[in-house]
Design a protein. Structure first.
Length: 318
C-alpha cells in the first residue's frame, strides 16, 4: 500500500451491486496507477459491501470502510478523514471514470498550481460542456453556484487536499450537501484560492430513474437547504451578492414545485413573497405560476414563459 499516493479517489457505496463492478473497474483500469481507492460501504443491504472486500483482497491500493447507513455525506467524510493523497476526487458508486481520466487530471495539476479543477463530463454518455473559460475567480464560482449554473456535485472536480483544511460535508442536509461543500471550499479560501476549468471530459454521470431527486419529500429537503445553507452563505459573503442569494432561495422553492407540479405550502408562500428579485424572476411571477399548477400544468407553463419573455423583451427596449 502506497502511503503517499498522488490522488485519493473516494467512492461512497450504497446498494449498487449491479453497477459497482463497472465503477471500480473503470478506476482500476486507468493507465495512471499512483492512486488510492477508498470504498465507503454505507450499510448496504445488498452485496455491495462484499464486492468491495473482494476487490480490496486483490489490490493493495484499495481500502474499504464499512459503516452503518447514514447517508452520502458521512460516507464521503470518512473518505476525507482517511485520504492520503495530495489530490482528492470523488466518484459515485454507479458512475464511471472515463479511460485516461487520471492521466488527464495529473497532466493538468502538474502544470498549473490551482486548488480546484473543474472538468467537463458525460451525462448518460452524452457530453456536457460547461463553457466556463479556463480561469475562474472565487466570486464567479460562488455566483454560478448560487444561480445553479454549474454542476455542484463533487465528482468531475479535483481538490487540493491541503486546501480543504478540515472542511467536511454537512451531515444534516439531505440535499445540497455537495453544493454547500463547494461553496464553503471556495469562499473560506477566497483570497488565496485558484480555480481552473478544463474542457476535457473525465467522468460519466449515469442519471437513473427512481433517484432521490424524484422523491415526494424533495420539497422539504430544499426548504431544509435554505434554512441551513443561507446563514452560512450570508456569513461568508458579508452582505455581497444579495440578489444572487435571494435568487438561490427562490430557486430552491420553485424548482421542486416545477418538477412535481404540486402547489406550495404556506411556508413556501411566505418565503417566496419575502424575496425581492429582478423582474425576470419576481416572487409574484413564481408564486402565480406555482398556484396555477393546482389547476392546469400547461396553462401554468404558458403563463410563466409569457411573462418572463415579456419582461426580457421590455428590458431589451430600454
Amino acid at each position: 500500500m502506497n502511503n503517499n499516493p498522488k490522488i485519493s479517489i473516494i467512492v461512497p457505496v450504497y446498494n449498487v451491486e449491479q453497477y459497482l463492478t463497472h465503477c471500480i473497474d473503470s478506476i482500476l483500469n486507468q493507465s495512471f496507477a499512483d492512486f488510492e481507492l477508498l470504498l465507503i460501504d454505507d450499510g448496504s443491504k445488498d452485496k455491495s459491501g462484499a464486492i468491495c472486500d473482494e476487490y480490496a483482497a486483490k489490490d493493495s491500493r484499495i481500502r474499504v470502510f464499512h459503516k452503518e447507513n447514514g447517508g452520502v455525506s458521512p460516507a464521503r467524510n470518512i473518505g476525507l478523514d482517511n485520504a492520503k493523497g495530495d489530490w482528492i476526487t470523488f466518484v459515485d458508486g454507479d458512475d464511471l471514470l472515463l479511460p485516461k481520466a487520471l492521466t488527464n487530471i495529473m497532466e493538468v495539476v502538474e502544470n498549473d498550481d490551482a486548488d480546484l479543477y473543474i472538468f467537463d463530463y458525460l451525462s448518460n454518455s452524452r457530453p456536457v460542456k460547461l463553457n466556463l473559460g479556463q480561469m475562474m475567480t472565487t466570486d464567479m464560482f460562488a455566483r454560478l453556484l448560487l444561480l445553479y449554473k454549474i454542476q455542484s456535485s463533487p465528482w468531475a472536480k479535483v481538490y487540493k487536499a491541503k486546501t480543504l483544511n478540515g472542511l467536511r460535508f454537512n451531515t444534516s442536509l439531505r440535499i445540497g450537501e455537495d453544493w454547500l461543500f463547494n461553496f464553503e471550499f471556495a469562499m473560506m479560501n477566497r483570497d488565496n484560492i485558484r480555480i481552473i476549468h478544463e474542457d476535457s471530459c473525465i467522468y460519466d454521470y449515469i442519471n437513473r430513474e427512481g433517484s432521490a431527486m424524484q422523491s415526494r419529500k424533495i420539497k422539504d429537503k430544499y426548504l431544509q437547504l435554505n434554512r441551513i445553507a443561507i446563514p452560512v452563505v450570508e456569513n461568508l459573503l458579508s452582505g455581497k451578492m444579495d440578489k444572487e442569494v435571494q435568487a438561490f432561495k427562490a430557486i430552491n422553492i420553485f424548482q421542486p414545485n416545477w418538477k412535481s407540479g404540486s402547489a406550495p405550502s404556506k411556508e413556501e408562500d411566505e418565503i417566496l413573497m419575502s424575496i425581492q428579485l429582478n423582474e425576470d424572476f419576481s416572487p409574484k411571477l413564481l408564486l402565480s405560476y406555482i398556484h396555477l399548477l393546482r389547476r392546469n400544468r400547461t396553462i401554468a407553463h404558458a403563463y410563466f414563459y409569457y411573462h418572463m419573455w415579456k419582461s426580457r423583451f421590455h428590458n431589451m427596449l430600454r
